[in-house]
Design a protein around this ligand. Structure first.
Ligand code: ZN
Ligand code: ZN
Length: 265
């Protein structure tokens, strides 16, 4: 924060760069560690063909899913007030206390909240995530959950490749740069695994109860009854979709509802 009295704020291009920096860093991390990890995996394959090949397939699959779910989380509109045009219908459909947003000049649909960073109301808002430079809301919540899961899996796989390579007979042809790159990849992988475990556990617990981060804090604070809890199986279906086969794929065609009206108890 700037304390100068005559400060006019940072130029908008600096703010733009800062806003988009986190997802760019997340993409650069996998791009820069790709070559060292593939070369390290080749070393494993030379001595243990099956282990090296399985790790290679897993690494590329998780990498692809990581990038796709990250891009979809960043680029998908979570469901915002600019699309809320039928405010009178929303007003009639609201269950419980009616909440009006003075900034967007609309009645907030159930589970929607105003995001002060995005400057709009977001349908079924979970939280604003700086890592994806976007709000997590109704239309990108599944992508976000899958992004967390695939971030964990790619990190764990990268760390495993490097650790297993330590037990292989060393090859003089491998350059020191690849060794340094793979050790850095292992450290980053470990850091992500440790950081992500509590975060994923928390979001899976919310998913199981059909609750958003905002609702969780509100329910605890006000001791409110959570009316959206439909039982474990239905709660998971609300976000991941009806078809079990598509639960771990980034499809939202299977997600239930429209973001305005929700099944409740
Ligand atoms: Zn609003
Ligand atoms: Zn936001």
């Amino acid at each position: 924060m700037c304390d100068e009295e005559d400060c006019e704020g940072c130029p908008s291009w600096i703010l733009d760069i800062l806003y988009w920096l986190p997802p760019i860093i997340l993409i650069l991390l996998v791009v820069l560690t790709y070559y060292p990890l593939v070369e390290t995996d080749k070393l494993i394959t030379q001595h243990h063909y099956l282990t090296g090949t399985i790790l290679n397939i897993l690494y590329h699959f998780f990498l692809f899913m990581y990038l796709i779910t990250l891009i979809l989380s960043v680029l998908t509109n979570p469901g915002d007030s600019r699309k809320i045009t039928k405010s009178i219908d929303i007003e009639n459909g609201i269950i419980g206390e009616k909440r009006f947003c003075k900034v967007c000049n609309i009645y907030k649909p159930n589970r929607a909240h105003h995001c002060s960073i995005c400057k709009r109301c977001v349908l079924k808002m979970d939280h604003h995530c700086p890592w994806i430079s976007n709000c997590v809301g109704f239309f990108n919540y599944k992508y976000f959950i899958l992004f967390l899961i695939y971030s964990f899996l790619i990190s764990a796989t990268a760390a495993t490749i490097v650790i297993i390579s330590f037990f292989m007979p060393q090859n003089d042809e491998i350059s020191p740069l690849i060794i340094i790159g793979s050790v850095i990849a292992m450290i980053i992988g470990f850091s992500f695994v440790i950081t992500l475990i509590p975060f994923i556990a928390y979001h899976l617990a919310l998913l199981a109860e059909n609750m958003t981060t905002i609702e969780d804090s509100k329910t605890k604070k006000d001791n409110e009854k959570h009316i959206w809890d439909l039982g474990l199986k239905n709660n998971l279906k609300q976000v991941l979709g009806e078809n079990y086969l598509l639960w771990f794929l980034p499809t939202y065609i299977s997600v239930k509802g429209d973001g305005f009206n929700f099944e409740h108890r």
